[in-house]
Ligand binder design. Structure first.
Ligand code: HAX
Length: 441
């Protein structure tokens, strides 16, 4: 039976041939117009990228290779006795475009187990930083330290044929994903648990082992990690972490360099860092009000105060989505099943009752509904993972699955260096006055 790598190569060859045909026949068709406002406002709504692993619909939310989150919860293989999907299965689905069997998911688990050994110099690099360093900074530096292991970089230096890029990117991606939980857990235990590190358990699945190394043995926490690692993995190609990884990879920077770049983007408060900001915002609200479960009226006042201070309400809004994020809903379901009476989780639900109407009343927020980050922290706090500065690292470990599966596709399809055209306002003014075209080379 063919290995996962061989199966991926066969799929990639088929799709490459298909794309060649599509472009031969339809390459000159236009798929949209670009307005000047879009050029100035974050390229919102401009279709300009291909990402095979997932697709985001403004109303429906994310679909991974056509499957919604509830469908994945039903169809992907589970850990023994578990009900949440194994992210190994999601990775297989994103990479190969077909649902894995339990055996396929197990094969991914085994590959990642075999490759999970982290070289000592990576821990030394982390140790060189002050403990006060933000966990995301430690995480990015550790990924950069892992780069010494890049097969792509070594082979490129030796003079690799471009036909073989995909092969080295695949190997680097699998090794990097395999090592991330150990690195992340090391950062967590170093910073928050008196450097009492926990050795990996070679018999556990990727997320179960991650939970174990973080120091959480509760089976329902392991289930949360499986769900968490699945739902944060991918959100099509235009978000900052995915787009950055893809962009940097397009210069043939190896997967370590590309992923580290993506993680620097995830560390921004309008993107992945929003998950720490949400819980910090709730803690601050509770402290200021001096109550454990604020009323809806109190929450509304606090939201208005936040807006009045010129800040965003973290966890709300989205550049593409226009309804409640199904990743929020999946976590809400988890909360209802596992901790319906948890006070912090109940605050999250109360905030959900209040915030959308307040944001709507501003008249400028395009999406007043919660995103993935509005819920995740409260579930983690329930199990005792209260150190919220670490939350974006969890997001980052998961995000590796989507952006690295995509990077394999980028190189297998031979996508070129990315280089959109930029313009100056002076050239826009000339164009508006009819003094020549600014578009084009
Ligand atoms: N609170 C207050 N104001 C908000 C807001 C929020 N949650 N969401 C949007 N707005 C404001 C914008 O700041 C903007 O104001 P100005 O015109 O004064 O600059 C206006 O509403 C229009 O913005 P938009 O078009 O609705 O939103 P954008 O596409 O520009 O931005 C963001 C999308 C996600 C960045 C935005 O909604 C936001 O800042 N949300 C809070 C931070 C957050 O939760 N980020 C995580 C997003 C999901 C994610 O990537 N997770 O990792």
């Amino acid at each position: 039976m063919a290995t996962i790598k061989e199966r991926f190569k066969a799929k990639a060859d088929d799709l490459s041939a298909e794309i060649k045909e599509i472009l031969k026949e339809h390459g000159t068709r236009t798929i949209g117009e670009v307005q000047l406002s879009q050029v100035y406002q974050g390229m919102r709504g401009i279709t300009g990228l291909v990402t095979e692993t997932s697709l985001l619909d403004a109303q429906e939310g994310i679909r991974f290779r056509g499957y919604s989150i509830p469908e994945l919860q039903e169809k992907l293989p589970k850990a023994p006795g578990g009900t949440e999907p194994l992210p190994e299965g999601l990775f297989y689905l994103m990479l190969l475009g077909e649902l894995p069997t339990a055996g396929d998911a197990e094969e991914v688990t085994n590959i990642w187990q075999r490759r999970s050994h982290v070289p000592n110099h990576v821990f030394d690099a982390i140790e060189a930083l002050p403990k006060s360093t933000h966990p995301m900074t430690q995480f990015v530096i550790a990924i950069m330290a892992l780069q010494t292991e890049s097969i792509f970089a070594k082979k490129y230096a030796q003079g690799m044929n471009k036909k073989d890029y995909w092969d080295a990117v695949y190997d680097d991606s699998m090794t990097l994903i395999a090592r991330l939980p150990r690195v992340a857990a090391y950062i967590y235990r170093r910073k928050y648990k008196d450097e009492k590190h926990i050795q990996p358990d070679g018999l556990l699945d990727w997320s179960g082992n991650f939970a174990h190394m973080l120091g959480f043995e509760d089976e329902s926490f392991k289930e949360l990690m499986r769900l968490y690692m699945t739902i944060h993995a991918d959100h099509e190609g235009g978000n900052v972490s995915a787009h950055t990884t893809h962009l940097v990879g397009s210069a043939l920077s190896d997967p370590y360099l590309s992923f580290a770049a993506g993680m620097n983007g995830l560390a921004g408060p309008l993107h992945g860092l929003a998950n720490q900001e949400v819980i910090k915002w709730i803690f601050d609200m509770r402290d200021e009000l001096g109550v454990e479960l604020p009323s809806k009226e109190q929450i509304e006042e606090y939201v208005k105060k936040t807006l009045g201070e010129g800040k965003v309400v973290p966890g709300y809004g989205h550049a593409v989505l226009r309804k409640t994020d199904p990743r929020f809903s999946a976590q809400m379901e988890f909360g209802k099943t596992h901790m319906p009476d948890d006070p912090l989780v109940n605050i999250v639900w109360r905030v959900y009752d209040v915030v959308p109407e307040v944001l709507k009343s501003l008249g400028k927020v395009k999406n007043p509904w919660p995103n993935v980050d509005a819920h995740s922290g409260a579930l983690l706090v329930h199990y005792g993972l209260v150190e919220y500065e670490f939350y974006t690292v969890l997001f980052g470990v998961s995000r590796a699955l989507g952006v690295l599966a995509s990077l394999c596709w980028d190189r297998a399809l031979g996508l070129p260096i990315e280089r959109p055209k930029s313009i100056t306002t002076a050239s826009v003014k000339d164009w508006l006055e009819g003094k020549g075209e600014i578009w084009g080379d």
